[in-house]
Design a protein around this ligand. Structure first.
Ligand code: ZN
Length: 132
């Protein structure tokens, strides 16, 4: 993708709310069942709150019971990037927006068929756009 978005920390800080900044730029995780999208069931597109890239479709969203918005697949394979996270004792795979590098959440391999993946995403990193 050639339209990468790069901004300084100050620019991100001005654009994002403190909660969005903590999640997207400092890789924080919002508390379960507190975000605005974990129990959200409308049809549409979940975009990156930082750059507007279309990240996930509501078609791939499923109720994981974790308290975070969960998706079986990204909108397209190019829309997100993953990176191994070794900060904790358990190895996890981080999910980032491919366009602006914002931290979105993590992906686990215990999702529903056919992908078997569970993209566990912070509501704070998403901006929902209703279909139609
Ligand atoms: Zn982005």
């Amino acid at each position: 993708m050639s339209d990468k978005v790069r901004k300084s920390d100050d620019e991100w800080r001005q654009q994002l709310t403190p909660e969005q900044y903590a999640v997207c730029r400092e890789e924080a995780t919002e508390r379960a069942f507190t975000g605005k999208y974990w129990d959200h069931h409308e049809s549409g597109t979940y975009r990156c709150v930082a750059c507007g890239a279309a990240l996930f479709s509501s078609d791939a969203k499923f109720d994981s019971g974790t308290g975070w918005p969960s998706f079986a697949a990204p909108a397209t394979a190019e829309t997100v990037e993953t990176k191994e996270d070794r900060k904790l004792f358990v190895r996890r795979t981080e999910v980032h927006c491919a366009r602006c590098g914002s931290h979105l959440g993590h992906v686990f391999d215990d999702g529903p068929r056919p992908t078997g993946l569970r993209y566990c995403i912070n509501s704070a990193s998403l901006d929902f756009e209703k279909k139609g």
